[in-house]
Design a protein. Structure first.
Length: 236
């Protein structure tokens, strides 16, 4: 059987008519709904996965923050303890250093003689003014310290190391007897204590601050203070 053009056109028209009858608006809407549901389902699944990842990251970040907070708190505690230990060590070191100075004294404003025998000059001065009987072996070291000034206008200070602390205390207790000679006697202090003494003088006056046995004292408004640290200075 020969299929003519007319037959082909009839078949085409029949198929087209059948398809048109099937592709109604309702049918197309149903297909669209199914496609939309499928796409939405896929998107929701991916969104849920992303939300879970974000949640997991938040959990990890919270854990890290918590761990960091713990570490920071621990470090702060360690630093605080180290500061306390450092203060304790410095106090101990200062105490031990001062102990090594308990036999020392320093003299200022004693004129330098041409003989250069500083020890004899000091012994002569102390024996005459303090009614003592010091001998050369009572003083282990007696020497001028510092550089000569221009034209020797100001005598260099003198560092003295007595043979034992008891002789040092005996001499230092009588330092007021040097009044009128222009000679000033001071205890040999650590750098820490010397700085505290200078600051105490700045807050009061040089006559209101003194030392004894390496300890610093000050008076203000008829009240006596022991100066051991910066906090004590705030009381002045």
């Amino acid at each position: 059987m020969v299929i003519t053009r007319e037959i082909k056109d009839e078949i085409k028209n029949a198929v087209s008519s059948a398809l048109n009858s099937l592709l109604t608006e309702d049918f197309i809407n149903k297909i669209a709904e199914k496609v939309t549901d499928s796409v939405l389902t896929s998107l929701n699944r991916k969104l849920s996965m992303l939300e879970q990842k974000v949640s997991d990251m938040d959990t990890r970040l919270n854990t890290i923050d918590s761990e960091n907070s713990t570490v920071i708190h621990s470090l702060k505690s360690e630093i605080k303890e180290l500061k306390k230990e450092n203060v304790t060590v410095l106090k101990r070191y200062d105490y031990l250093e001062q102990e090594t100075k308990m036999s020392n004294l320093r003299l200022f404003n004693l004129e330098e003689s041409e003989s250069g025998n500083t020890k004899n000059e000091v012994i002569k001065l102390l024996n005459s003014k303090m009614q003592l009987q010091l001998k050369e072996n009572d003083i282990s070291v007696c020497t001028r310290v510092g550089k000569n000034t221009a034209n020797n206008e100001k005598p260099r200070g003198i560092f003295m190391k007595l043979s034992n602390p008891s002789i040092q205390q005996m001499i230092y207790k009588n330092k007021k007897l040097l009044k009128g000679t222009g000679v000033v006697m001071k205890e040999d202090l650590t750098i820490h204590r010397l700085n505290l003494m200078k600051k105490a003088i700045e807050k009061t006056s040089i006559r209101s601050v003194w030392t004894f046995s390496g300890n610093i004292y000050a008076t203000k408004n008829n009240q006596k203070f022991s100066i051991k640290n910066e906090c004590d200075l705030n009381k002045l």
